[in-house]
Ligand binder design. Sequence first.
Ligand code: PMP
Length: 366
Amino acid sequence: AVPGPEISLAELPLRPELVGEEPYGAPQLDVPVALNTNENPYSPSVLVRAQMAAAIERVARTLNRYPDREALELRADLAKYLGFGLHARNIWVANGSNEVMTHVLSAFGGPGRTVLTFTPTYSMYPEYARNTHTNYVTVPRKPDFTLDSELVLQAVAEHHPDVILITTPNNPTGTLTPVKVVEEILERTDALVVVDEAYQEFTEFPEDSALALLPRFGRLIVSRTMSKAFALAGGRVGYLAAAPAVVDACRIVRLPYHLSAQTQAIARVALANKSELLAQVDELRQACQDLQDWLRRTGLDVVPSQANFCLFGRFVDRHAVWQALLDEGVLVRETGPEGFLRVSAGTPEEMAAFRAALGPIIIHQG
Ligand code: PMP
């Protein structure tokens, strides 16, 4: 038994809006084939690992000191990686884009403010809104899960959001929103527009990014992560690019020394090895297209995806299919519209295991 007085959550003076809430998270099950959280299946190479270890040894010498609160070297590296003439002062970095987004909503959302998203979309957004006391409003995407400026601007006229959140490619649908659409929205609203490009590197044309609009729009924020393309989900590094004033707003709300010295060092090693790490992105892009082709050939519905995952269905009982796959050691995600499941692109071996497990299930499901 755990020492101390026995007290339940119901007896604690929890904030009323948190009563009944569960901690967020996809099941972290120990399975041979994990295709459920859109991770990069390739672990860092021996060479990259050695460089990370050496970098950690170097920072360990000064771990008695606080880290660089401004993470300036890392922000300069990220600016260089993104290109588009960006400077370290255009970049903000935190523990995953989860934390970046919380900084954005802490600074620009809050009581009396509204954030607007387009569903189905990333399931963490309502939690960022709740934690920052921001009103969360959603509007459905078009039937094919795309967005156009008409739909967005109509929603803006109706809900008067302070922050508009556009995810491209969108999670869980993989759907792209063209830069042109983002531009049309920015031209017709005073709201802050956050474009979540967590999966941008996996798209067919990664350089077609909302980053190109930054010189013209001071209220645009482009969010990125090192969790996916850079295979650094465990390192927890997300970042945004925006006008320096937006970065200054994030600096006001962040906790002091929020990004550890180890995190900064590891991220810099990953960026220094970008050609090696991004080479695997090309493989995964192809793996995801092959995966979609195969799913379609089996007769399933597949939502065309530009990310490293896709939605497939429709199943009368998607939970039964999810469970049947799990019984074969393959973990996918039960998320998205009714009847669909989401699967991430993996290694050739993982994709073969997925196909081998799903084939007989489809026949069985009829
Ligand atoms: N945005 C989107 C659309 C995502 O799918 C994810 C991860 N699943 C994130 C942000 C968060 O990524 P991280 O916090 O690891 O940077």
